[in-house]
Design a protein around this ligand. Structure first.
Ligand code: NAD
Ligand code: MG
Length: 392
């Protein structure tokens, strides 16, 4: 039996992961489930999956979960805070760790899993955006294995030759083609974008996801973060990655080879496919995803993205170019701006301007260690907070 810790089990990826796991009770055993403060959600999952540990990032939430589990006669160990998350990410019974916390909050527990040499199923792209270099070093030193969950990166992984870690040139790969749906507002005019609401932004045409990544998809910051993620995962540079708008979300990404071959991975837009792939790799298991019906799909369209229209994608490219701590600043400012938009404090069209101002006022640094990165993340959040407050 493979022991699995699911970080962020009450979220969209967490729930899809447990759906796949429930189809294979003979193969996987849940060691730990974690959430931020959703006591009801984690309580229900604990009763169904009977993990050894349940962790809540919020201490008060952990106390109420502990109380409810005790009343239900359960002996599950309840832990709290980031130390609790790090503990279950590195514990020896957990062979695999699904990293599905949203945002930079996932960095420390995901890093703990990498240092402990786990198979890390990486959904939490922000961890790589904030601390890519340190994270990849931890993977190497800890002897961890990373299996990408982000659908694009999982698709690229599936289309890459096995020895890609030696460098793309060594294995005859010329480019990575990262597909993007363009989100729910792809065809709206810039004028129409002014008044879009959080619910409209979260109504993605193809994917059902958490609210933060849904807004990121609508601004295309998500694709910017994914370009950074791909650079680290596939040992390459942004000039080798081409973003392709593909509204149907059927091709999840492609790898172009020097001989002219282009390999693509296709499937219905359902995260259970990459999750099942990463759980079972190199084997294949049933995921619950409906087979792809190409006659139903009928056509596949492609277009280049406009960096004028999707200013967040441009900001992400600039942050990669600047390197060092700039991607961490970009990420922190984006998390704050998205949060402000979701709570009605910022207009959708103000998101890129807010992030740009934070990047302009905080200088990037090179060679930062973890503590410096965390401090920079914090200052970028405080700066973004001020800007947002002044706008209201
Ligand atoms: P979500 O908001 O649905 O779930 C987030 C999970 O993280 C929840 O369990 C929540 O309790 C937990 N969490 C939130 N803040 C936390 C904190 N401060 N400390 C500890 N736990 C915390 O998010 P999601 O859509 O499942 O996305 C999770 C990650 O996967 C993100 O990094 C996202 O970019 C990535 N991802 C998601 C999808 C998707 O289809 N949802 C696809 C690709 C990549
Ligand atoms: Mg993706």
């Amino acid at each position: 039996m493979i022991g699995l810790t699911v970080l962020g089990s009450t979220g969209s990826i967490g729930i899809s992961t447990l759906d796949v796991v429930a189809r294979h009770p003979d193969r996987y055993r849940i060691v730990a489930l974690t959430a931020n403060r959703d006591v009801d959600g984690l309580y229900r999952q604990c009763l169904q999956f009977r993990p050894d540990y349940a962790v809540m990032a919020h201490r008060d939430a952990a106390l109420s979960l502990e109380q409810r589990l005790k009343e239900a006669g359960s002996s599950i160990n309840v832990l709290a805070g980031v130390e609790g998350l790090e503990h279950v990410a590195s514990i020896s019974d957990a062979h695999y760790v699904m990293a599905a916390i949203v945002g930079a909050a996932g960095l420390l527990p995901t890093l703990a899993a990498a240092r402990a040499g786990k198979r890390v199923l990486l959904a939490n792209k922000e961890a790589l955006v904030v601390a890519g270099e340190l994270f990849m070093q931890a993977v190497e030193q800890g002897g961890a294995e990373i299996l990408p969950i982000d659908s694009e990166h999982n698709a690229v992984f599936q289309c890459m030759p096995a020895d890609f870690s030696h460098g793309l040139d060594q294995v005859g790969v010329s480019r990575i083609l990262l597909t993007a749906s363009g989100g729910p507002f792809r065809t709206l005019s810039l004028d129409q974008l002014q008044d879009v609401t959080p619910d409209q932004a979260c109504a993605h045409p193809n994917w059902d996801m958490g609210r933060k990544i849904s807004v990121d998809s609508a601004t295309m910051m998500n694709k910017g973060l994914e370009v950074i993620e791909a650079c680290w995962l596939f040992h390459t540079t942004p000039d080798r990655i081409k973003v392709v708008l593909h509204p149907q979300s059927v091709i999840h990404s492609m790898v172009a080879y020097t001989d002219g071959s282009v390999l693509a991975q296709l499937g219905n837009p359902d995260m259970r496919t990459p999750i099942a792939h990463a759980l079972a790799w190199p084997e294949r298991i049933e995921s619950g995803v409906a087979p792809l019906d190409l006659f139903d799909v009928a056509r596949l369209d492609f277009e280049p993205p406009s960096l004028e229209r999707f200013a967040c994608l441009r900001l992400a490219y600039e942050a990669i170019e600047a390197g060092g701590t700039s991607p961490a600043i970009l990420n922190a400012a984006n998390e704050m701006a998205v949060d402000a938009f979701l709570s009605g404090k910022l207009r959708f069209t103000d998101i890129p301007g807010g992030i740009g101002s934070v990047l302009d006022t905080l200088p990037g640094e090179h060679g930062a260690d973890l503590d410096t990165l965390l401090a920079i993340d914090e200052s970028a959040r405080r700066r973004a907070e001020q800007l947002i407050r002044n706008r209201v």
